[in-house]
Design a protein around this ligand. Structure first.
Ligand code: ATP
Ligand code: MG
Ligand code: FE
Length: 339
């Protein structure tokens, strides 16, 4: 069946179309530029932008796939977690398409969708696998027996998300928002060992993360240089900060695989687009005999195809569609794969 997925949990209006694990279309309208001057996503601005972009983005997705709306067999939509007002726009649109076309509706979890999307690139997920989700709002380690049925949280950040740390440090360094990609780029010409920044919760034996101490350490280091009238070596700070983040992430992800006897690690979410995270994860997985799966960068950041993929898995698993009155749940737990 053809599944159309709608994603509006943050600042990207994403619409994707899949057949099974085959990607037919993935279109995105982003309001990121409208938020840039505020240094973060402004919820009201995001909701309005979703409203304006929704119908045209669906049209573009259909064009891209060479399909008509009446060809679609099921609609999937992010029901949470995310910004309440932003989620509502996607959920309302999905209900309208579902009712109008007389086809089933599936409300899905955004985080589970970040995991499911990898199947478009690397085929069906091994059951179980360990998934590490690193984005602007989340940093979690998950044991995934079956992404369409059961996701078990092992740990998550106790303060900032990894992407949030990238964005805040980028701001300190005078780089644009969202800062992750700019840090990634700046780091390529810097030294990862130039400055030793702290690695929070490195040896605590949990699967939790902490990035706010690291962010503060970078801020202090930068302030001290400025106070001394010295310039900031942006590339070195970027590379050293990035190394601290990816060192902790990969260490804990591999520990989770070892402890649970799982041979497959998946990394997803916007920060999985980071080139150093991808390289270090590959190196450490190779050494540990773990198979690593990371979707291409365009599938790591928020998109509609990830929602369509999870919807497609739910259809394939024979899961009953959602009721027409599904809520948008801004704090939906990762254990709720669908509503
Ligand atoms: P959620 O947490 O709900 O999934 P999100 O809006 O943060 O939402 P994503 O698109 O998954 O969604 O992630 C965006 C984050 O990823 C931002 O913090 C951004 O800076 C970060 N990011 C994107 N590319 C890179 C990169 N190359 N290196 C590091 N961070 C990156
Ligand atoms: Mg985003
Ligand atoms: Fe996301």
């Amino acid at each position: 069946p053809l599944v159309l997925g709608i994603e509006t949990s943050c600042d990207e209006t994403g619409v994707g179309i899949v057949r099974g694990h085959t990607l037919l279309a993935n279109t995105i309208a982003s309001s990121v530029e409208e938020h840039a001057r505020f240094g973060g996503v402004v919820p009201e601005v995001a909701s309005r932008a979703h409203l304006e972009a929704m119908a045209p983005t669906v049209e573009r997705a259909l064009d891209q796939a060479g399909l008509r709306l009446t060809d679609i067999d099921a609609i999937a939509v992010t029901a949470g977690p995310g910004l309440a007002g932003a989620l509502l726009v996607g959920v309302a649109a999905a209900k309208a398409y579902s009712l109008g076309l007389g086809i089933p509706l599936y409300g899905v979890n955004h985080l589970a969708a970040h995991v499911a999307v990898d199947q478009l690139e690397h085929g069906a997920l091994p059951k179980p696998c360990i998934a590490m989700l690193v984005s602007g709002g989340h940093s979690s380690l998950l044991l995934v027996p079956d992404v369409a049925k059961e996701v078990i949280p092992l740990g998550s950040t106790i303060d900032d998300a990894a992407g949030e740390a990238f964005d805040k440090v980028a701001r300190l360094l005078g780089l644009p928002f969202p800062g992750g990609p700019y840090i990634d780029r700046a780091a390529t010409s810097g030294s990862a060992t130039a400055i030793h920044f702290p690695r929070g919760k490195y040896n605590d034996g949990t699967y939790d993360f902490s990035f706010s101490g690291l962010k503060t350490a970078v801020a202090r280091w930068v302030e001290a240089r400025l106070a001394a009238g010295e310039s900031i070596p942006v590339s070195d700070v970027a590379a050293s900060f990035q190394e601290a983040v990816v060192d902790v992430l990969t260490r804990k992800a591999i520990a989770a695989c070892r402890t649970h006897g799982v041979r497959d690690l998946l990394i997803g979410g916007g920060v999985a687009a980071n080139s150093r995270l991808r390289a270090l994860a590959q190196e450490r997985c190779d050494a540990a005999g773990i198979r690593l799966r990371v979707p291409r960068p365009g599938l790591c950041t928020d998109n509609g195809a990830m929602v369509a993929t999870l919807g497609s898995d739910l259809v394939a698993a024979g899961v009953a569609p959602s009721l027409m009155d599904i809520p948008a749940d801004s704090s939906m737990p990762v254990t709720t794969v669908h509503v």
